[in-house]
Design a protein around this ligand. Structure first.
Ligand code: 3H9
Length: 681
């Protein structure tokens, strides 16, 4: 019996004879990954075409919206099956028939490497082309580090590989990576291009035969690394990229052998293992499947075009910007006209800053600003497909808003609350339709921060949960689903785990500088006490007051941060906190007064102070996170480990490398519940 799978396999690569052109089409949804079957069938198609004397040119295209997302990442770590991508490329490059690649949408990683082994390249004007391998902790190991410099020069190639960001077709053409940019129908343009090659008798043009025009010395390499230093802090893949790029000055066969060895090393690295784990965890967390009691098949989320945000404070304004950026019409409501005009200024200045940084043009900024319409009339929210309340964190105020929204909105519309501390279940009880209420917990700044915690109650319907996922996708945010509980996932782990442990270490004898420096050396962008000072110690203190109404915690629990708040030592904004900040500088200076305060608080609790070394600091802060993560999973607050991993990765581990987790590995045995969910398991 022929199965759907057999049919898909049969059409994964098709071959059509179109006069003198052999059209090879890849059709491997969802992203045309260059899997083993694709490679095998591409080789078959090329062999078949070469045997046909009437075929004078070969054209490789792909179906769907994108050319290819690259090598099939799911095959990594499995035994290599021939033909490898490299063998396929050699086959293409040595073909006596000229081979042309035509790319649309995205051409990434191994997809672009395949195209670079073709003799000519076309890209649709809307295509984006790049080598994002570094984001997975690997080097472009299918000829990327050797062919890209041969096409665009070593300096430009190194920059593109280090950034991992795809470039538009026009830029790729300007740099010599593609030969032609097609404006209209790509297939027509590519067939026309192939026929022109045949007419003009232009034959194969192997990239491997080209010479690299520039070679980089150590100073130039250091200069090339500099712009990426922040993004790659604590990482090691860039060292392997540099080694591979250096090898492009050698004959191609030698360079490609060096690249293969370095690619193998990168693939086997812990860094890559963890980053690939995160890649799949993010995809897992963005789906409904695996959430107990949710009937995925029954969930049919409605389309969202208009959004209403209630509350025009910093958070509400940020949420409005996030939706305007995603192309939606936003109604921003506040009953205080002054708050609305402050918000208008906030929105304008956020967009002005994006324009100044060159992220968007003034025209785009104006268009987005126009998408946000301010109103004092809550009733206008009735037409919205989705309403998010982001008023002050006060349970009675929020209940009042939710109840009013409940009465003006049709019963199936989703009402979301942006609470970070309050019980969503209790808030939902203010409505007659608790099934349509859930939490959408954005993080400041809401239009920048990638994390979106979706908080479901026991009443939230699958349709509304599915709508929340749709919202995350629209906003290009990483969705994490939490049950309604103390701190949800992210804040529970931060408070009960990481930050509490940092405070505990202070009480036991470590200094703020020692704690922060140890964790920064481990890889965190900023240590926890510096982070508290940056965000404001009062902000955390206020949140804890609300959280304690749900559930208390035993002493000592943030006794230092609470005392600092009482003393007005709120952090950078009051130039005193865990540190001193002098003469308008953001540089944290240790403060003997603070040490005396900690000694006093410790002695009041009979905590004996002692010498604490850096290793203990790192292990305790990280292991407490793992432990609380395991509890969150055990308690069913997170239904899937991926939700915890993504929450942590977004909340804490950027730009902190999760792969610097050797310490976790050594201890995972002591935490058997964690072992199964560790990024390294
Ligand atoms: C490479 O090429 C190595 C070579 O240099 C050397 C080799 C020797 N493979 O993200 P989405 C799946 S390394 C397998 O939700 P979007 C993904 O898991 C590769 N599967 O969609 C998901 O599956 P599921 C370098 C892949 O529209 C589904 O496709 N390339 C791959 O939001 C949809 O994905 C990259 O790093 C893959 N390569 O975003 C690009 N890619 O539905 C990685 C995706 O079962 N990919 N899947 O959960 C991406 O950045 C995004 O997926 C993309 C689409 C932007 C393409």
């Amino acid at each position: 019996m022929t199965t759907n799978r057999d049919i898909a396999e049969a059409t994964i690569v098709t071959f059509d004879e179109l006069g003198p052109v052999g059209l090879i089409a890849i059709d491997n949804p969802p992203v045309n990954a260059i899997s083993h079957s694709v490679r095998l069938k591409l080789v078959d198609a090329i062999t078949r075409a070469e045997k046909n004397p009437s075929i004078k040119a070969l054209l490789i295209m792909a179906s769907g919206e994108l050319f290819s997302a690259g090598a099939d990442i799911t095959e990594f770590g499995r035994p290599k099956a021939a033909p490898s991508l490299q063998q396929l490329q050699t086959r293409i490059e040595s073909s006596p028939t000229p081979v042309v690649a035509a790319m649309q949408g995205l051409a990434l990683g191994g997809g672009l490497e395949l195209a670079m082994a073709c003799h000519y390249r076309l890209a649709h004007k809307n295509a984006k082309i790049g080598l994002p391998e570094i984001t997975l902790g690997i080097i472009p190991g299918a000829g990327g580090t050797q062919r890209l410099p041969r096409l665009m020069g070593a300096r430009a190639a190194l920059d593109m590989i280090l950034s991992g960001t795809p470039v538009p077709a026009s830029e790729a053409k300007a740099k010599g990576l593609v030969d032609e940019v097609a404006e209209g129908d790509l297939r027509d343009a590519a067939l026309g291009f192939c026929k022109r090659l045949v007419r003009e008798g232009l034959g194969p043009r192997p990239t491997c035969n080209r010479t690299v025009m520039d070679h980089l010395d150590e100073t130039e390499i250091a200069a090339a690394l500099l712009p990426h230093a922040r993004a790659l802090k604590g990482r090691t893949t860039q060292d392997l990229v540099v080694e591979a790029i250096k090898a492009c000055k050698l004959p191609f066969s030698e360079g490609i052998a060096i690249e293969a060895a370095l690619a193998q090393e990168s693939l086997a690295s812990r860094e890559s293992l963890a980053l690939r784990h995160v890649f799949f965890a993010e995809r897992k967390s963005s789906k409904l499947s695996g959430l107990s009691s949710v009937n995925v098949r029954k969930a049919h989320p409605p389309a969202i075009q208009r959004v209403a945000v209630i509350g025009a404070g910093t958070m509400g304004s940020g949420i409005a910007i996030a939706f305007a950026d995603a192309g939606l019409e936003v109604l921003l409501n506040d009953n205080d006209p002054a708050a609305l005009s402050r918000s208008r200024e906030h929105v304008r200045s956020a967009y002005a800053s994006s324009v100044k940084r060159g992220r968007i043009t003034e025209g785009i900024a104006d268009e987005r600003i126009r998408r946000i319409r301010n109103t004092v009339a809550l009733a206008e929210a009735a037409n919205a497909d989705l309403v998010i309340e982001a008023v002050f964190e006060d349970i009675e105020l929020k209940k009042d808003v939710l109840s009013k929204l409940d009465s003006i909105l049709p019963p199936q519309r989703l009402i979301a609350t942006n609470t970070s501390t309050l019980s969503v279940t209790e808030l939902a009880s203010a409505t007659a339709h608790p099934e349509r209420v859930l939490g959408l917990h954005f993080f400041v700044p809401a239009h920048v921060s990638k994390l979106l915690e979706i908080v479901r109650t026991n009443h939230t319907s699958p349709e509304n949960l599915a709508t929340a996922f749709r919202v995350a996708k629209l906003l290009k945010k990483v969705a994490v689903v939490s049950r309604d509980a103390f701190g949800f996932i992210g804040n529970r782990m931060m408070l009960d785990g990481y930050f509490r442990e940092a405070e505990q270490l202070l009480l036991e004898g470590a200094t703020p500088t020692q704690v922060d420096t140890a964790l920064e050396s481990f890889g965190f962008g900023m240590g926890p006490l510096g982070v508290s000072d940056l965000g404001g110690n009062d902000v955390g203190a206020k949140a804890r007051v609300q959280l304690f109404k749900r559930e208390s915690r035993p002493d000592p629990y943030f006794v230092i941060a609470d005392r600092l708040t009482e003393m007005g030592r709120l952090g950078q904004k009051t130039v005193r906190g865990f540190y001193r900040y002098e003469n308008g500088s953001r540089e944290a200076v240790s403060d003997p007064e603070l040490i005396s305060l900690i000694e006093k608080l410790a002695s009041e609790r009979s905590i004996a102070r002692r010498e604490i070394n850096d290793q203990e600091i790192v292990e305790r802060c990280i292991l407490s996170l793992i432990n609380v993560g395991a509890m969150v999973l055990d308690e069913g607050i997170a239904a899937r480990a991926a939700d915890i991993e993504c929450g942590l990765e977004q909340r804490l581990w950027i730009p902190t490398p999760p792969w610097r987790a050797d310490v976790l590995c050594r201890h995972v045995g002591a935490f058997p519940r964690v072992a199964a969910h560790s990024p390294l398991s």
